[in-house]
Ligand binder design. Structure first.
Ligand code: HEC
Ligand code: HEC
Length: 512
């Protein structure tokens, strides 16, 4: 994090204190500049402004490569700044295999040694030509399924390709192959006005010899890419009822939705006993931030234990195959049973302390959304109107209003994290899943509508501007042209617009 200012609250106070008519004349600026509410992507309490919004409208030039890494005004207001900085290190810095000291406890098998490897610049990852856990920006998770599309149970849900010696990784990554294939759509990749585009998608295979655990006869591999982490605290503050109402609304529009997810008996039960519909990840597998993707990742990505999880993220198949390995027995000077029991122990020593975990979650819930840019630009305004007119907003719901934000999920975190009550926020997602019916689609075909806020800053903050669940789209146009299923109607409208109008939509997407 490089702190270059959070202005909303401070400037409002400064305005109250300092703004007499004389001051206005002296300073030569009009401190009562009006920003439309959609500049405040994360609401008053959740938006990062690199300039004082009461004096200047945010434009591109104000933003730096650290714009996804800033604390919200709510963090500062609650005096949690220092904890935020301590917490940040657990995302940005590598864990190591030491048995004590700073960020120790990596392994025995692990997915990555640091979150940031997958979430470069805190953003949406990069498209990659190969799978190596140590390649910075490789935000891919391997999704390994059997012939019925179920996860292969001998591997962890997030398969590990790294291990601390003498252990072997469940998958040797040199056996993973990613091939990018060309796709020609029904329009020959050509707009009616003659402009062309190209579409590519990944096909992934893993050699059978690369597995160090037993595998079924048939298995398939897909890629799932990261999603930005900023603003996820604000998404947590949206009431469950609002999400269910959105589901019912889209049902009434005739959309095909993943109905099972909205039956209360299928809600996600959290460690504190509350239950919620899913709102995070493409698969909607997580219902709160406090027991969410990040809270889970700090354990299962690194295999670092904490007081509530004093066991490894691994499978019995892996523990069996490692404990039976003669080389590992010799290297550790332990018997098969001793190795197995150690790997499968439920009472391992704590590696990440409770205090460190709380700091990590303060950081996580404290990440601001960068303010929107250049919204007053006439082209951006035109794009905004078209985005609504052609039906993009049916799924990319522009705004939500948070509730009282009495967050749940984990009793340990109660009253310790920043909060965002009653904020109007602009994530541009309905938080529901759709089937866009693209070739070699995501597992199950159901994919949550990805929030579009901040995406325009991706290239600046992460060095890449790729999109979609496996990063197959290299720019906005490709992302839109991959929309099939219930997204087809809006895509057709987009396709038939003039080039100037299509470009205006892209300008708008970049600005939010
Ligand atoms: C192996 C690469 C990888 C690493 C390392 C990783 N993530 Fe992720 N992360 C992903 C992927 C892939 C997704 C999307 C997963 C999905 O939808 O199933 C994701 C999603 C998320 C989301 C959800 C965003 C949303 O809108 O739903 C958050 C938050 C997150 N990660 C936080 C973290 C944190 C915190 C860490 C470190 C403790 C971390 N991640 C480490 C790959 C990674
Ligand atoms: C039926 C619902 C639906 C409609 C309508 C829709 N989208 Fe999407 N959109 C999605 C879903 C779902 C995804 C995630 C798909 C994936 O990653 O495989 C997505 C992803 C995107 C992404 C990529 C986000 C990222 O960074 O990965 C962009 C950009 C986008 N949509 C723009 C648009 C535009 C512009 C329109 C109107 C022409 C539109 N969408 C209409 C559901 C929809």
């Amino acid at each position: 994090m490089k702190k270059n200012g959070v202005y909303i609250l401070i400037s409002f106070l400064a305005f109250l204190i300092a703004c007499s008519d004389d001051d206005k004349k002296d300073s030569g600026v009009d401190p009562e500049i009006e920003l439309s509410e959609d500049y405040y992507s994360g609401g008053l309490l959740g938006t990062f402004f690199p300039v004082d919004p009461s004096v200047q409208k945010p434009v591109w030039e104000h933003f730096t490569s650290s714009s996804f890494e800033q604390p919200t005004p709510a963090v500062e207001e609650a005096g949690m700044d220092l904890d935020f900085v301590y917490g940040e290190a657990f995302f940005e810095k590598q864990f190591n295999a030491n048995i004590s000291g700073v960020r120790h406890g990596l392994g025995p098998a692990y997915v990555r040694s640091a979150c940031i490897t997958c979430h470069p610049g805190y953003g949406h990852g990069k498209r990659m030509d190969r799978y190596r856990a140590d390649d910075y920006g490789n935000g891919y998770l391997l999704v390994v399924v059997d012939e019925d599309d179920n996860y292969v149970t001998t591997l962890t849900g997030m398969p590990q390709t790294k291990a601390v010696s003498p252990f072997l990784p469940p998958i040797d990554e040199s056996g993973i192959n990613i091939e990018w294939k060309n796709h020609v759509d029904e329009f020959g990749n050509t707009f009616p006005d003659g402009e062309t585009y190209s579409l590519i998608y990944p096909e992934v295979t893993i050699d059978r010899s690369a597995f160090n655990v037993p595998m079924p006869d048939v298995y398939h591999v897909k890629l799932e890419a990261t999603i930005g982490v900023y603003g996820t605290g604000l998404i947590d503050a949206i009431p469950d009822d609002s999400i269910i109402a959105q589901y019912q609304h889209e049902k009434s529009l005739g959309y095909t939705l993943n109905d099972a997810k909205y039956q209360p008996e299928n809600f996600i039960v959290e460690v504190d006993g509350t239950s919620h519909p899913g709102r995070y990840t493409y698969g909607l597998t997580r219902g709160t931030l406090q027991n969410g993707p990040g809270a889970n990742a700090v354990w299962n990505i690194t295999n670092v234990t904490r007081p509530s999880r004093t066991y490894n993220y691994m499978t019995t198949a892996y523990a069996t195959s490692m404990s039976q390995n003669k080389d590992i027995q010799d290297a550790l000077d332990l018997t098969e049973k001793e190795i197995y029991d150690q790997l499968m122990s439920k009472e391992l020593p704590v590696e990440l302390s409770e205090k460190e975990y709380v700091q990590f979650m303060i950081w996580h819930r404290g990440l601001a959304v960068p303010a929107a840019r250049n919204l007053d630009d006439p082209t951006v305004q035109q794009g905004k109107e078209l985005f609504a007119q052609i039906g993009c907003t049916n799924c990319h719901k522009p705004s939500w209003t948070t509730g009282p934000d009495e967050y749940t999920g984990d009793p340990l975190l109660k009253d310790k994290l920043p909060r965002y009550p009653y904020q109007k926020i602009w994530p541009y997602t309905d938080l529901l899943q759709h089937r866009l019916e693209m070739v070699n689609n995501i597992r199950t075909g159901w994919c949550r509508t990805t929030p579009l806020w901040g995406r325009g800053l991706s290239e600046l903050c992460t060095g890449a501007g790729d999109h979609l669940h496996d990063m197959r789209a290299r720019n906005y146009t490709e992302a839109i042209m991959w929309h099939g299923g219930d997204g087809k109607y809006a895509r057709e409208k987009y396709r038939n617009l003039s080039k100037a109008d299509r470009d205006a939509i892209v300008e708008f997407l970049k600005s939010i």
